[in-house]
Write a protein that binds this ligand. Structure first.
Ligand code: GDP
Length: 528
């Protein structure tokens, strides 16, 4: 039992949020490098059970032609095991990202030092805020001309309404970037301009008055640093661990990912301050990570890229217990037992414990469509985790098969895609078309491509008059029927048969709510 608690306390499950091009990929690589996972990835030294786990995972990757492994990257650093959950990189804000953020305990927000808080940063941050996810900020690309340090700190504070405290302060920038001063540990970290895997060590100084500073840095840099530290200590609140854990304060690290600079301090910060797996809310009670029985929730489904096989990988976050390969878990939605003899584990390859997982870890479960987003699996107790919702789409288009005879096939394909969480699919009460809804318009292209290649149905999407959709919640069946009868042309059902209202504009939406005050039109739907 104490063994389990120890495991869990040393877990850090997190994601990186960033606007495209800020340096998420570069930072990810560097984190893996510091964690030793990159060297390991190339080495074929797995043995025994570990080898079995590894080859399963490779088989899965080959069959699917996609990188399952990169969805979750696990690495050790010091005492800690980090699980870094990847979020899709493209511009379109997708539900996938949203749901992945429901499975982490903290996040790292990467900003480009010259650009500050950008549009995508803000959107992703808002998602984290919804769940009070603690955030550490990494201001990247300090080796380039960047904005003034205090201007950046101020922008984070103003545009995200978040308390900000620098954990490090940069010394110079661009070509004159020399390094950082670590305010938490009172140490100087000088940058070596080496790429690759070389990592410079920090130099311990006894505070800002230490004469070593004057030896190591040019006079003007020391003067500026002392002024900056004074200013930071005068203007910014002190680091408050509790406020960080509650998601109201972010410590800010400065660095240059491409030069491996500032990455270690960031990792040290995460190791020291980021939360271990948090208790999770189930319908009946809170579930503590150290409880002995295994529970977990599916937050993401990755579809098969091979049209001949309809199997998928469900990503489950373990919320409690000690999972071992071969375990049987109850699938609460169907009431059936599922044998997890072939899960994909994302542990570093040569670990002895590669067959196990604890709270905060992610396992991939190959399945044929029986597992859906939001599903709970549990060893014994009947409970249901909440908080992995489906979002009302912001873009709605009609899906039409190029060949009208394929309409039925298209319906099936759309049903499957909706079950995977790839899009919302609505069948209007009137008419024969399928309405497909997404949160970012780029997703239509991705969908059309998937349907063409995976299901061999050429399809096109057409504009509609529709503005948005809402799930209808009624106090009873009679009131639901009244509402649907008087809005026949604007209602339908989703892939689960749940009633939806599709509005042509904001005015219609308001009118519908005013006319039927007992009806609630919901922007999100929890998995039933
Ligand atoms: P992502 O879109 O957020 O994943 O960003 P990438 O990691 O792909 O980085 C975008 C570009 O910025 C690439 O050309 C990187 O080489 C570059 N880059 C990343 N980190 C740094 C840095 O610290 N300094 C500089 N000068 N360039 C960087």
């Amino acid at each position: 039992m104490s063994h389990l608690v120890n495991y869990i306390e040393n877990r850090r499950t997190f994601a990186i949020i960033a606007h495209p091009d800020a340096g998420k990929t570069t930072l990810t690589e560097k984190l893996l490098l510091f964690g030793g996972a990159i060297q390991l990835a190339g080495a074929v030294k797995a043995r025994g059970d570990a080898r079995r786990a590894r080859s399963d995972w490779m088989k899965v990757e080959q069959e699917r032609g996609i990188s399952v492994a990169s969805s979750v990257m696990t690495f050790d650093y010091g005492e800690q095991t980090f699980n870094l959950l990847d979020t899709p990189g493209h511009e379109d804000f997708s539900e996938d990202t949203y749901r992945t953020l429901t499975a982490v305990d903290s996040a790292v927000m990467v900003l480009d030092g010259a650009k500050g808080v950008e549009s995508q940063t803000k959107k992703l941050f808002e998602v984290c805020r919804l769940r009070d996810v603690p955030i550490v900020t990494f201001v990247n690309k300090m080796d380039r001309e960047s904005r003034d340090t205090f201007e950046i700190l101020d922008e984070i504070e103003q545009s995200l309404a978040l308390d900000v405290t620098p954990a490090t302060l940069p010394i110079g920038m661009g070509r004159d970037f020399l390094g950082c001063y670590d305010l938490i540990n009172d140490q100087l970290i000088l940058m070596e301009r080496t790429k690759g895997s070389k990592i410079g060590a920090g130099i311990k100084v006894a505070g800002l008055d230490d004469p070593k500073l004057d030896e190591l840095l040019p006079a003007h840099a020391v003067k500026k640093l002392r002024e900056d530290v004074d200013m930071a200590r005068g203007l910014c609140p002190e680091f408050d661990h509790q406020a960080y854990l509650e998601g109201t304060m972010t410590p800010v690290f400065f660095g240059s990912a491409v030069n491996n600079f500032g990455v270690r301090e960031l990792l040290d910060g995460l190791a020291k301050y980021a939360p271990s797996p948090r208790p999770q809310q189930a319908s009946t009670r809170m579930v503590q990570p150290s409880e002995p029985k295994v529970t977990g929730i599916v937050f993401k489904i990755q579809a098969n890229m091979d049209p001949k096989h309809r199997d998928r990988i469900a990503f489950m976050r373990i919320n409690s217990g000690h999972f071992k390969r071969g375990m049987k878990l109850k699938h609460l939605r169907s009431g059936k037992m599922i044998n997890l003899h072939n899960p994909v584990l994302f542990m570093a390859q040569d670990r002895e414990v590669a067959e196990e997982a604890v709270a905060g870890d992610i396992i991939g479960i190959p399945n044929h469509g029986n597992l859906r987003i939001g599903d709970t699996l549990s060893e014994t107790e009947d409970l249901r985790f909440i908080g992995v919702p489906t979002f009302a789409p912001e873009y709605l288009q009609k899906a039409r098969p190029a060949d009208p005879l394929k309409a039925k096939h298209l319906g099936k394909a759309l049903q499957q895609i909706a079950e995977e969480g790839g899009a919302c699919v609505f069948k209007p009460n009137l008419g024969a078309d399928w309405i497909v809804g997404v949160v970012g318009p780029l997703q239509f292209e991705v969908l059309a491509d998937r349907i063409r290649t995976e299901y061999e149905i050429p399809v096109h999407f057409e504009q509609t008059e529709l503005y948005t959709a809402r799930w209808i919640e009624a106090p009873d069946d009679k009131q639901l029927k009244d509402f649907v009868d008087s809005n026949r042309g604007a209602t339908g059902v989703d892939h689960d048969g749940a009633p939806v209202y599709m509005a042509r504009n904001a005015w219609h939406l308001n009118k519908a709510t005013e006319d039927f005050p007992a009806i609630k039109l919901q922007k999100t739907k929890e998995q039933s």
